[in-house]
Design a protein around this ligand. Sequence first.
Ligand code: GDP
Ligand code: ZN
Length: 292
Amino acid sequence: MSQSATVVATYSRRMSLRLPGDAVVSARIKGKRLKPVCGDRVIAEPLENEDDWLITAIEPRRNELTRPNVRGRVEVLAANVDLLVVVAGVTPRADWFIVDRYLCAAECMRVDAAAIYNKIDLLDAGDAATAELRHYERIGYATALTSAVSGAGIDDVRALVADRTAIIVGQSGVGKSSIINALLGREQQKTSEISDKSREGRHTTVNSAMLDLPGGGRVIDSPGVRDYAPAFDSATDVERGFREIHDHGSECQFHNCRHLREPNCAVKRAVSDGAISERRYESYRRCLRKFL
Ligand code: GDP
Ligand code: ZN
């Protein structure tokens, strides 16, 4: 009999599914066209005389994290995400433009976002990061200062995730894996070392996994999610992706104002008044550049 289930791990064309009641089963996919990803809700049925289940359909997704693959097609990395956590840190030196790009991507995905600054055990007095985080708070993003080494702020991240499904993104080396391990409260097995037990112990690489955090909430982790770099489809996406610019934009004279050289632009006025940060406006212009 068919059931609704959640994809909690993928090993190329094999998946682990969590059934209602929390049992986890191994599953194959019916047909080549169906491409479930971690986070998907699917319809599955048990196969007769086998331990495996068969995925027969994917329920409509609330959102997708996507990237263009080598053939220029769109590859989906995760689905049904509730929170995108952007990590910057003391090292490598924080690039706030990159943080803005990730936040823009979250808005385009219609997902809540938070910005966290990691490695505060290495923080110098005079680091501008706390001021930057305060600004993100002001425009409505949750923030946290963390150290995956000392454990400082990790509970704040846990509270941010709460009972939601999160993904953690940011430049390589900022501490994403370390933060996930700290959230899990144990040394996470290297994703590639988890074996697929249904195949008599033969090691099969896990592409992605939904990790349950102690005390609630989940993180979807995969090499693809960790390496995710945002790309935008249109100027409209970029405009929607900077929430304070989008908000002020409703007051512009032209409804399709791009806030560059148009007359009576409420956004440019807000930048000169200090209501919108010049740095964020500059990030907006940089994201927009490829569409001009
Ligand atoms: P990822 O590439 O974003 O997943 O980063 P990793 O978690 O692999 O961390 C990159 C390096 O930074 C590793 O050497 C970690 O031990 C180190 N690291 C991570 N978090 C912290 C932190 O809070 N403080 C310090 N001092 N080092 C950290
Ligand atoms: Zn404008």
